[in-house]
Design a protein around this ligand. Structure first.
Ligand code: ZN
Ligand code: MN
Length: 487
């Protein structure tokens, strides 16, 4: 029996607002425990929440980026459960009438065609506090501490649809998460730093016989700490459930944990359903009316989406689409390209050099482009020297390496290191003569009409001149000295 997987994500994304969702405590990562708290976000009696308008704006921005309907009326609900990190005994979330519904995110599907992954809803809610256990193993802890700094921080919950174009494979799941994160960063509503807990996923997986329209029982895996773990857990779970189905068994509906050591999922508890949370509208918060004009004003000030960047890079700068896709993966990278392109004569050469050479240097020292020691002005000056043939590619690489280490300008480095190309034909000819004298066999092969040894001689001249010779000029000289001489 062949099987299909259905994968649904609930992704929690921390919005980058200055203050929390219902009070004016600051959102600060790594602040001393319980230093960013007040009576509202610690759930003390007699206080009232006041909604952060910026968080609503960011939610609508997400809704627009993911092609959702923006509900004209929206409301907050209480999700009731007990846990020590939740001081009120409920989380302010949304249930009926979230801000955004029925959207999609287009990804390249497994069949090579664009696939519009259904997004069921995007709602806004508050984060809980953080428990710190005295031992890394929960069971062995003598005591646990609670830090409420994170309590009340605004979160978006983005839920994919299990009926309308769900994710069907491990690969589609990976592509979806990457595109989701990329888009959120592009519209500047979250930094999505996984290590800081700004992008957390719960995932639901179920399996059904190929072609079947029903839904099997699903297993949920909660709060995975990295992309790697998420993919490992998904892969394991798809295999586990398929095997149960193949053997004629039934999958339990349950919440499972991913054991990072053993790389397996293990049962945690039977899965809770919505009624378990006794949702009801929060009486402390009024319904929110969102008018057309407000949505339009957010739409008109929206930062560019990844597709728009790719379009701009190919249309305005004429660079190949594959290059544009690579540059646009990271908004800051596309920004660096744009800043350089202003000064550059050859934008395709520019994109090649960013992708091949600058990426390599940045990766070697694990530096993000934002901290690149080479300014766009200097980088584009170097590219202009290259496109005018004033330095060879090989010297260009040396110069770039030096610029990267010292932050110096290309001219200063070229002068200081004596890297000016050899312009004097007499000097080039001298080097070539030496090379020819040392390689008489190559010379006679060229005389007999072979082409390959020409490249060998050029390579030798480049080596002897420390890359300062212009290869085109050397080829020309070889033609004149050997080939034409022969004719
Ligand atoms: Zn507060
Ligand atoms: Mn949630």
């Amino acid at each position: 029996m062949e099987t299909d997987a259905i994968i649904c994500f609930e992704t929690h994304v921390e919005l980058k607002t200055k203050t929390k969702l219902f009070c004016d405590c600051l959102v600060r990562y790594n602040a001393p425990p319980n230093s960013q708290i007040c009576p509202v976000c610690t759930g003390q009696p007699g206080v009232l929440p006041a909604l952060n308008k910026r968080a609503v704006e960011y939610t609508i921005r997400a809704g627009l980026a993911f092609n959702c309907t923006i509900n004209r009326q929206s409301r907050f609900a209480r999700k009731n459960y007990f846990y020590p990190d939740l001081p009120k005994g409920y989380q302010i979330s949304q249930y009926e009438r979230p801000f955004c519904e029925n959207g999609y995110l287009e990804i390249p599907g497994d069949n090579g065609q664009p696939y519009a992954v259904g997004i069921k809803r995007i709602h806004l809610e508050e984060d809980a506090g953080k428990l710190v256990h005295s031992s890394s193993s929960f069971e062995a802890s003598d005591y646990s501490l609670v830090d409420y700094n994170r309590s009340g921080v605004p979160l978006l919950e983005i839920v994919t649809d299990h009926e309308r174009n769900p994710l069907r494979s491990l690969n589609e799941a990976r592509v979806y998460l990457e595109k989701l994160r990329q888009t959120l960063k592009y519209v500047e509503i979250s930094d999505c730093i996984i290590e800081k807990g700004q992008f957390r996923c719960d995932v639901n997986i179920s399996i059904r016989p190929k072609g079947s329209q029903g839904f099997g029982n699903r297993a949920e895996i909660k709060n995975m700490a990295s992309f790697r773990f998420m993919m490992d857990a998904l892969e394991y779970e798809i295999k586990r459930q398929s095997e149960i189905l193949q053997a004629g068994g039934q999958v339990e509906q349950e919440t499972r944990l991913f054991d990072e050591e053993e790389r397996v999922t293990i049962p945690m508890r039977s899965k809770e359903d919505a009624p378990d949370y006794r949702y009801f509208p929060d009486p402390d918060l009024v319904d929110i009316e969102i008018d057309e004009e407000y949505v339009r004003s957010i739409e008109s000030s929206m930062p560019e989406l990844p597709e728009q960047t790719v379009y701009r890079l190919t249309e305005d700068f004429g660079i190949p689409k594959d290059d544009a896709l690579i540059l646009a993966k990271n908004k800051s990278m596309a920004g660096f390209f744009g800043a350089c392109a202003e000064y550059c004569e050859d934008t395709t050469r520019l994109s090649r050099w960013i992708i091949k050479d600058l990426f390599k240097l940045l990766n070697e020292v694990r530096l993000p482009i934002e901290k690149c020691p080479v300014t766009p002005q200097d980088f584009s000056k170097l590219i202009n020297h290259l496109s005018r043939g004033e330095v060879t590619d090989r010297i260009g690489r040396t110069v770039l390496g030096e610029m990267f280490r010292t932050g110096g300008s290309p001219e200063a480095i070229i002068n200081e290191k004596g890297l000016r190309p050899i312009q004097d034909t007499g000097v080039l000819r001298e080097i070539l003569d030496e090379v020819m004298a040392a390689n008489p066999q190559a010379v006679s092969k060229i005389r007999r009409g072979e082409v390959e040894p020409i490249n060998f001689l050029i390579g030798e001249v480049m080596r002897k001149s420390n890359g300062r010779a212009n290869p085109a000029k050397v080829r020309d000289l070889i033609r004149r000295e050997i080939v034409l001489d022969n004719a």
